[in-house]
Design a protein around this ligand. Sequence first.
Ligand code: HEM
Length: 160
Amino acid sequence: MKFLIVLACIAAASAAPLSADQAGLVRGAWDKVKHSEVEILAAVFSAYPDIQARFPKFAGKELSSIKGSADFALHATRIVSFISEVLALAGNSATAPAIETLVTELANNHKNRGVTKDQFTEFRTALTSYVSGHAPWGDNVAAAWNQAFDNVYATIFAKL
Ligand code: HEM
């Protein structure tokens, strides 16, 4: 019985909308890195070359040779802008459906490209590592950040 209660608590904890305070903590960390678009994408590709290999424009190329290109900057900006857009809507129950719509669209686009759950998890690991190393980071920020990813990934993984 106790075990079932613990399981129920874990399930409940895995998809709880962010409070306004949590959203503020995540935005605070994100604001410190969001102008480093190119460095963020380079960190993801460097940690996980299988992600780079999914991009028709970047597959099979040396990271150092593509990192300075306009295509690289454009894609890095697309990813970072998407995250900024979602975070701007976080922490407010009135805008939760808008987040769901954006994230569902992202999941469907990426499913069509053959991106896997493991690769989304790799992306999360690399991004979290980058942000935690470049923004003031404490247990409260980490917990809010993880809650944000748990929520978004619950939607994405249900579609993949
Ligand atoms: C939360 C994680 C991710 C975010 C926020 C994100 C964001 C985006 C955005 C905004 C675009 C451009 C719009 C679109 O075409 O949908 C895009 C395109 C793309 N993404 Fe992602 N992505 C994520 C994870 C991944 C992962 C894990 C992979 C590969 C393993 C991947 C591969 C691609 C590819 C191949 C494109 C198309 C690039 C092109 O136009 O040539 N993405 N992504």
